[in-house]
Design a protein around this ligand. Structure first.
Ligand code: HEM
Length: 410
């Protein structure tokens, strides 16, 4: 949608749920308009039913922190603008409120505790170095596939202690879990097909789970869940849902940040130059990449009670969508928010990891992987050219980049 078109619409007719906005990368003017004129916006009719859009930073924060009024529960619809088909929900702890959420989250949290992250540092660095050294020089290749997908996939396999030769399946299942079945190039084309794939994923994981449950506790995600009082008796659907959450959580988001980061630096050569002259900016670069890209476009809540937000009356049962992609571009909170600036004063001030009790559990691991990638790129002084525009994902949930043809110049 052209900027002029967006500006002519009345806020009432604006519907930001259309996945094409994110595939075509044309969402900016619509959210700018909403933030300015109707920041908590009611869309009466959309393919996903009526919903509220929360578009300003502070209002999103308020919803995040108020989990008593704004529920994540699968029974009320879960965490995406698209309701999970009733009776076909794959519950997991991102789709739960306390107290269930608290106990499940606590079970997996040790895998990303600082001591384990320190332990993983040299492994991540070695793999990153190997991947970068194996890339062709002066030849076009797909950065998304060769670097972003491969590195995040290996990390996930380590977290699950997953059979190495089969690790490609993790990426496939992640793509299946988030696929929009209506997209022409979707990896699955119906809910039934998706459920069949995820059920076979469940069967694969169940075998690993049974073996780990029978063995002494070990330090991997499957063993942790199989031995925890809170999660050892998960029912089939919840078991599949929990595996899918950990796969998508650890995979898609970090993968897309790795691709988006390269794009942002190539498109902003002054920032790339600054980075080369001041490599100590890498940690703040990492936060800026994640803010600027915002790999998770939105999270949804359902109002448990009648509630007021920024002067609007939200009714019990209403769908409330927090658009992180918009909050992260809110000039009222973040200076020159539409620009990519690697030396910001408060680089960690962004909403890409959410906030409150559901704030991303893997945030430090994601930052670590991206930090090491950039440390190793700078160490090799790699220079890049983007050969063709990126291919983006048709989705209103994940801001995905499916491919990015690049060339390393020597
Ligand atoms: C740049 C990378 C990442 C981004 C942008 C991201 C983003 C998010 C967001 C927006 C949420 C929901 C927050 C909320 O509702 O307030 C979330 C939750 C979650 N993320 Fe991440 N994530 C990333 C990496 C990871 C990694 C590496 C893992 C696992 C190793 C992970 C696992 C999870 C899990 C399990 C949850 C659910 C937490 C809960 O419900 O308590 N994420 N993430």
């Amino acid at each position: 949608m052209a900027q002029a078109d967006a500006l002519q619409r009345t806020p009432a007719s604006i519907d930001v749920s259309d996945p094409r906005l994110y595939q075509d990368d044309t969402w900016r003017p619509l959210f700018a308009r909403l933030r300015q004129d109707d920041p908590v916006h009611y869309c009466e009719a959309s393919p996903f039913g009526p919903y509220w859009s929360v578009t300003r930073y502070d209002d999103i924060f308020e919803v995040e922190l108020d989990h008593h009024n704004y529920s994540s529960s699968a029974e009320l619809g879960g965490i995406q603008i698209m309701d999970q088909p009733l009776g076909q929900e794959f519950a997991n702890f991102i789709r739960m409120d306390p107290p269930g959420h608290t106990a499940h989250r606590r079970t997996v949290a040790p895998i990303v505790a600082p001591s384990n992250l320190a332990h993983l540092e040299s492994l991540i660095r070695q793999r990153t170095a190997d991947v970068l050294d194996a890339l062709p020089r002066n030849e076009t290749f797909d950065w998304a596939e060769r670097v972003s997908t491969d590195l995040t996939n290996m990390m996930l396999a380590t977290l699950f202690d997953f059979p190495w030769a089969d690790r490609g399946r993790l990426t496939w299942w992640s793509d299946v879990a988030i696929a929009n079945v209506d997209a022409p190039d979707a990896v699955v084309h119906s809910s039934a097909e998706r459920i069949a794939e995820l059920t076979s994923m469940g069967a694969y994981f169940r075998k690993l789970w049974d073996a780990r449950a029978a063995a002494p506790p070990a330090f991997d995600l499957i063993s942790m869940l199989a031995h925890s009082e809170a999660t050892r008796h998960l029912q089939a659907r919840e078991f599949i849902g929990t595996m899918a959450l950990l796969i998508v959580g650890g995979n898609d988001t970090t993968r897309n940040s790795m691709t988006a980061g390269l794009m942002a630096l190539v498109e902003n050569p002054d920032q790339f130059h600054l980075l080369r002259s001041r490599p100590e900016l890498i940690p703040s670069l990492v936060s800026e990449i994640i803010r600027y890209h915002t790999p998770v476009l939105h999270m949804r809540r359902t109002a448990r009670n009648d509630v007021e937000l920024a002067g609007r009356r939200i009714a019990r049962g209403d769908k409330v969508v927090m658009w992180y992609i918009s909050g992260n571009r809110d000039d009222g909170k973040i200076d020159r928010a539409d620009e990519f600036i690697i030396d910001r004063n408060k680089p960690r001030q962004h909403l890409a990891f959410g906030a409150g009790i559901h704030r991303c559990v893997g945030d430090r691991l994601a930052e670590q992987q991206i930090r090491i990638l950039w440390e190793e790129i700078l160490r090799r002084d790699l220079r890049f050219e983007i050969v063709a525009p990126p291919q983006r994902l048709y989705s209103n949930f994940i801001r995905g980049i499916r491919s990015l043809p690049v060339r390393i110049m020597v």
